[in-house]
Design a protein. Structure first.
Length: 112
């Protein structure tokens, strides 16, 4: 199996996922939804991401928070834009710390 090239995902996709699950979207729940939609087993998806099945299970079930760097790497491996993966990873960190902030990400253009 392979992940379909999807390009940039919109905030609307995250809103739909939130409405379907009835809870805030985390990076783990988003990865779970990608895995389920693509009909991957946890073993297959973990291999694709370069992590263990147990680590993926912990991420999907909210027992582990993914680093920003790992989130960007996951996005690249799945052919997604890193923007939303990084935003979700940062939001997960803030939520875990009990800080009530909302993360917003903007692409920083390098000076020429």
């Amino acid at each position: 199996m392979s992940i379909k090239k999807v390009g940039d995902m919109s905030d609307k996709s995250l809103t739909i996922l939130k409405n379907l699950t009835g809870r805030s979207v985390t990076l783990g729940s988003f990865l779970w939804s990608i895995r389920e939609c693509e009909e991957f087993s946890q073993v297959e998806f973990a291999k694709l991401l370069g992590v263990s099945k147990q680590y993926l299970c912990d991420i999907e079930n909210g027992r582990r928070v993914v680093s920003v760097k790992a989130a960007a790497e996951f996005a690249a491996k799945l052919n997604y834009s890193a923007k939303h993966f990084v935003r979700l990873a940062l939001q997960d960190e803030l939520n875990k710390a009990g800080l009530h902030f909302a993360v917003e990400i903007h692409l920083h253009k390098q000076a020429a």
